[in-house]
Design a protein around this ligand. Structure first.
Ligand code: TXA
Ligand code: MG
Length: 324
């Protein structure tokens, strides 16, 4: 929620005008940091080819150095400048770009090691957001961008949350309103014979399986995404999961817990946020976690939803928020 509609009073938050986008592009070309909206969550961007600029991203977020960044590019042709293409990766790009699918491929030497966490692979995606695309076009560069939160915190889905987390560590924040999907992109490893899903997201397993062979869950020999080793999505109070009718988690005194989810909880919550669809749950999830951590309760109880598609991404984020 904005305190003021005047951007002059919003510090480093800017409306997406021709002027501010061209200033943002200059900032990136000069080695600065710009946070920008995508359809999934807000990203913290820098020139992916400039090792010093990329180091600023790691510093601003407090991000472990071994957690590689995604290159945001304009189109498939540009992706092919930074990675070894293969037929199934190209097919997926044609189907799902622009969109919430990040594809890991063998990297070209042009991409600095710091950008890719010292790996021989690089992650790429074309976002489906006109502000992000304008920025990429205006810089003429691949933009390295992790989610624009302090490392370990829920990802930001609006400009104000970026400012609350990163403050003046970021030169400019472009305000594109609330992110339309709300959870991060699907990350897949496309270096092998079959595709491996490293992080579930907006492009679901079923959608991928229509196009290419996908490794069965749990059968992967692929290293997990480096990011999954680290603490993630954690609000400042504990998260417990309501699943398999474990009603005993509601036995704490009334007012000591708050709630988010699709089912109606028992009486006694300090605050509760109920969603009416999986899409709404995804859209509001991170914002709701940040809201509830300030509700005065000791613990957040989250309903682990059922269902395929985006439901898998929601479960993945909640399980990790709960530290399971
Ligand atoms: O939707 C998104 O993906 C957002 C927006 C801003 O594009 N970005 C995002 O970035 O979520 P980040 O850094 O928070 O998450 C990227 C994930 C991490 O888990 C990271 O480990 C993984 O992608 N990743 C990046 N490069 C990789 C690589 N070469 N191999 C395996 N995993 C990689
Ligand atoms: Mg992240």
């Amino acid at each position: 929620m904005y305190l003021s509609s005047s951007y002059g009073e919003m510090g480093n938050i800017f409306a997406p005008t021709r002027d501010t986008l061209s200033k943002a592009a200059e900032t990136i070309k000069n080695g600065g940091l710009v946070a920008f909206p995508t359809e999934t969550v807000y990203g913290l961007g820098a020139n992916a080819l400039d090792a010093a600029a990329v180091r600023k991203i790691f510093d601003a977020k407090g991000r472990p150095q071994d957690n590689p960044l995604i290159l945001h590019v304009a189109n498939i042709r540009e992706a092919s400048l930074y990675a070894d293409m293969n037929p199934s990766a190209e097919l997926l790009m044609q189907h799902f770009w622009p969109g919430p699918l990040t594809i890991v491929l063998y990297s070209s030497d042009i991409v600095p090691l710091v950008t890719r966490g010292n790996l021989e692979t690089v992650a790429l995606r074309v976002p489906m957001n006109y502000i992000a695309l304008e920025l990429i076009h205006a810089t003429g560069l691949p933009i390295a961008a992790p989610s624009a939160n302090r490392s370990g915190r829920p990802s930001p889905t609006n400009a104000e949350t970026v400012r609350n987390d990163l403050g003046s560590a970021v030169d400019m924040i472009i305000d594109g309103g609330a992110s339309s999907i709300g959870v991060e992109s699907t990350v897949i490893d496309a270096t092998g014979k079959k595709i491996a899903i490293l992080r579930p997201g907006g492009v679901t397993r079923e959608m991928l399986e229509h196009i290419v062979d996908v490794e069965a869950e749990g059968s992967s020999n692929h290293a997990r995404s480096p990011g999954t080793r680290h603490k993630h999505y954690a609000p400042s109070i504990g998260v417990s999961l309501w699943q398999n009718d474990n009603f005993e988690i509601f036995s704490e005194p009334a007012g000591s817990w708050c709630y988010l989810g699709m089912r109606q909880p028992p009486e006694g919550s300090a605050a509760q946020i109920i969603f009416h669809s999986l899409g709404e749950y995804a859209h509001e999830l991170f914002h709701a976690l940040r809201k509830l951590e300030r509700c005065g309760a000791k613990r957040i109880i989250a309903d682990l939803p059922e269902g395929d598609g985006i439901g898998e991404a929601i479960r993945n984020r909640l399980i990790r928020a709960a530290g399971c």
